[in-house]
Each structure stands twice: as C-alpha cells, then as structure tokens.
Design a protein around this ligand. Sequence first.
Ligand SMILES: Nc1ncnc2c1ncn2[C@@H]1O[C@H](COP(=O)(O)OP(=O)(O)OP(=O)(O)O)[C@@H](O)[C@H]1O
Ligand SMILES: [Mg+2]
Length: 261
Amino acid sequence: MGDFLLSIENLGVSYPGTVGLFSNKRIPILKDISLSVKKGETLGIVGESGSGKTTLGRSIVRLIPIDMGRISFEHCCISELSEDAFLPYRRKIQMVFQDPFDSLNPKMTIEQILEEPLAIHFPQLSRFKRRRRMLNLLDRVKLPKTYLKHYPDALSGGQRQRIGIARALAVEPEILICDEPVSALDVSIQAAIMNLLKDLQAELKLTYLFISHDMAIVRYISDAVAVMQNGRIIEQGSVESIYKNPRKDYTKQLLAAVPRL
Ligand SMILES: Nc1ncnc2c1ncn2[C@@H]1O[C@H](COP(=O)(O)OP(=O)(O)OP(=O)(O)O)[C@@H](O)[C@H]1O
Ligand SMILES: [Mg+2]
C-alpha cells in the first residue's frame, strides 16, 4: 500500500428506494470506487452535482453504511471494525461540511461547540487544558479569543467556516474530509479559507480529501484528482495529468466549464 494514509477498494454504496413498488429495491449510488490518498497530500474529488461525492465522503466516516468493498486507514481495514474499535478513527478522520450555517448548532456558544469533541475524545483533559486548547484553535483559524463567548449567528459565513475547521482540528485528526467547504461562501472569502486550509495542511502535516465541483479550487489545493461521474471514478491521476491531458470527454467538459482556469 506504500505511503498511503487512506485507501478505498471496490466501494459500493446504495440508498433504499423510496416509493411504492420499488420500496424494497436499493438504488446503487457508488459503484466500484477505488482510490488512495498519500499521507500529507490532497486528493481532490470532482464531479457534477449528484455524482456521489458527498456520499463517498460520508461513507468513509460511517455516516452512510457501505454495501461492499474495503476502506483502509494506516493499513487497518476500518470498514470491518466494530463501532467501539472504530472510535479512534472517528478522531483521526474529521469532516468539514459545506454549509457553515447548517453545521453549527445555533444554541451553542463557540466554546461549547469546540469543547464537545474534546470532551468525547480527550475526557482526561483538565478544564484549564481544554480551555487553552480552544484558545489555540481560535488562534490557528485566525479568530480573536473573545469569540469563544459568541453564538454562531454573530459570525459571518467565513468566520463560521473557520469554526467548522477549528472543531474538526480540535481532536488532532490525521485527515480532513472537506465536502465543498467554500461553496456556500462569497468568492472573496473563498480565497481566504482556501489559503487557511493550505497553511494548516503545511503546519499540521494534514492529509485532505477535498470534494468540490469547482475545478479551479481543486487545482489550487490538490496533488492528485479523481473525477466522478454517476457514482464511478472515471479518471484519476496527478493534477498535471488531469488538467493538462484529460482523457475523458466528461473531464474535458468539466474543465471547459471553468472560465477562471
Ligand atoms: N439520503 C438519500 N436517499 C436516497 N438517495 C440519495 C440520498 N442522498 C443522496 N442521494 C442520491 O445519491 C446521489 C449522489 O448524491 P450526492 O449527494 O452524493 O452527490 P454530490 O456529488 O455530493 O452532489 P452535489 O454536488 O450536489 O453535492 C444523487 O443521485 C442523490 O439524489
Ligand atoms: Mg455533495
């Protein structure tokens, strides 16, 4: 497996059919997905809406059950672990979600939001140490310490996504699965968040699985890219090879649709 941190082999995921006659029939969503992410690198996942990008990210962290295939992390087949045995990997594999307006509980202060994962994964930490960690986290995502007392609705979209990132980092993960982390933000703020993610990756030696429909953003952050269409990976390779010599028409169309490139 080389120096891969995360490897997926022949992953299959389906959703239950919803209506009438078809209620027992499952609808295949991810079909025979295989990919690997090298430690310290970013694998970008691109594809049109509905191609299965979110389903892929969520199935890795068990928000969606898998039907077949294997997911390995640090050479351990984590898809076969019991829920208890999986707990350490819940810490190591964190998600950053698309919509910072939805993903933070409006009734919790930033302090409570950041404290929750610490209480779960580091229950032995004293209150003092926990607080020091939370202040460090705010520092890392370049927000003032006073924000601990705020509620999410006092923050802008970009600031909320910084909290989403801080919450993911609170438990010292190895890999972040970023699912369209800047799609809900103004273009002017997107660049600042992308730069932050890039800086954090270098500082903390993080590995990223970076999901986006925006080919320009994926190019900026990725070392390798996998192109998804209709639940399959139709093409994958280094950023250079995908952006300079795309083989599939679908990839060419995705690239042609981005004037900013
Ligand atoms: N809970 C669900 N039940 C049934 N089908 C679902 C469910 N969630 C997603 N799907 C279907 O699975 C397919 C893949 O959806 P998914 O959200 O993974 O795509 P995506 O690539 O993330 O799209 P987008 O770019 O719009 O976020 C779609 O056809 C979608 O309709
Ligand atoms: Mg999605």
